[in-house]
Design a protein around this ligand. Structure first.
Ligand SMILES: NC(=O)c1ccc[n+]([C@@H]2O[C@H](COP(=O)([O-])OP(=O)(O)OC[C@H]3O[C@@H](n4cnc5c(N)ncnc54)[C@H](OP(=O)(O)O)[C@@H]3O)[C@@H](O)[C@H]2O)c1
Length: 331
């Protein structure tokens, strides 16, 4: 039987999402990779239980995480059932729909038909009565925003989600979505977007400023640029790295392209007394605009390394400039 560490809340920082009642741990855990059918169940259990023991109360999923799509939710459901069920009220579990999930015209993008059917499937796979946060996973230019937001509102009205979120939206669409969701009193609290030293899109598309102005939370995904912003690829490409074991979205070409920059950033991190991963996470959290960094890990030791980022999230102007210079031509 798993008994959670009684000191699990002693060291974690919890940040409020905008002006909502919901707080997230400054470091959250995502199940996009390493929770598919081919991964070891033993490793998954170790990772999730260790996260919770360290105060990581937020686990992020999506309908399509695998491979196969749905596998991460199924595996997570088993771990919930056998290990984490007694702690359900201490957990924030999220899922999403918006990317391709099943064949035909009803398993993709932002229709009411897709989102609500998918949420039912997700709840079944995870063995849950409700999720804490249900996201529209991406913007859909062909579907009326009122329809997609209406589906999120219905998920809450049906008791299948406590809060809703938007993922991969931009500033202007966030503004319109907020107005629609306000009219239906839907508890919209969070934006999930990619944000890292190497990806500054939300600074350019208005999302970061608009979320702060509207008092909505931001959680940033891939804050380590899938491992590039760590010591993973400093000295070659290990056989157990993401590039080698699941290189769908991170390739050897990416490593070559970023390598010189990674070496420079690693030196700056060393001078700050941090690992590169710690500095990369601290950079995302530096100005308080982002409530939580949503990391992935393949090993328990990576969780511990990442959590140490919270010890120093302040940067001097000189450090920030040196970081930007180390990314020249890449951002
Ligand atoms: N909403 C969306 O559209 C969207 C898109 C992508 C992701 N997400 C969410 O964001 C979560 C995180 O994304 P991500 O996995 O790309 O995040 P990430 O934290 O940028 O990358 C995670 C990978 O970095 C490596 N790593 C982590 N900590 C490390 C450390 N301390 N030292 C060395 N290497 C380390 C591991 O790679 P190895 O496997 O090589 O060890 C790990 O699998 C996902 O699980 C998902 O929940 C959402």
């Amino acid at each position: 039987m798993y008994l959670a560490d009684t000191s699990r809340y002693d060291n974690m920082v919890y940040n409020r999402l905008g002006n909502s009642g919901l707080k997230l741990p400054a470091v959250s855990m995502g199940l996009w990779h390493n929770f598919g059918y081919l991964n070891s169940q033993e490793d998954m259990i170790k990772i999730l239980c260790h996260c919770f023991d360290q105060g990581i109360t937020h686990f992020d999923l999506a309908n399509n995480y695998g491979p196969e799509p749905g596998a991460a939710e199924t595996n997570f459901g088993l771990i919930m059932k056998h290990y984490l069920r007694p702690y359900r009220d201490e957990l924030i579990i999220s899922t999403k729909a918006g990317f391709t999930m099943w064949d035909g015209p009803y398993g993709d993008f932002g229709s009411r038909k897709y989102l609500l059917a998918s949420l039912d499937q997700s709840l079944k796979r995870m063995g849950l009565e409700y999720v804490d946060i249900f996201y529209s996973h991406r913007m859909d230019e062909e579907t009326d925003l009122e329809e997609t937001m209406g589906a999120l509102a219905s998920a809450v009205q049906q008791g299948k989600a406590l809060y809703v979120g938007l993922s991969n939206y931009d500033g202007p669409t966030l503004q319109r979505a907020t107005e629609i969701l306000r009219e239906t009193h839907t508890p919209f609290v969070i934006n999930q977007n990619r944000y890292s030293i190497y990806d500054r899109t939300i600074e350019r598309n208005g999302l970061k400023d608009k979320a702060q102005e509207l008092k909505k939370g931001i959680i940033s995904f891939s804050p380590l640029a899938q491992g590039l912003l760590s010591d993973r690829y400093l000295n070659g490409i290990d056989a157990d790295s993401r590039v080698k074991h699941d290189g769908r979205f991170l390739t050897e070409e990416d490593v070559k392209k970023y390598h010189a920059s990674i070496v420079k950033l690693n030196q700056i991190a060393k001078e700050r007394g941090q690992s590169l991963a710690q500095m990369a996470l601290a950079w995302v959290l530096r100005d308080g605009a982002v409530a939580s960094v949503l990391v992935g890990v393949s090993k328990v030791s990576q969780i511990d390394d990442n959590l140490k980022a919270l010890a120093n999230t302040s940067f001097t102007a000189e450090e920030l400039q040196a970081i930007d210079e180390a990314c020249a031509g890449l951002i």
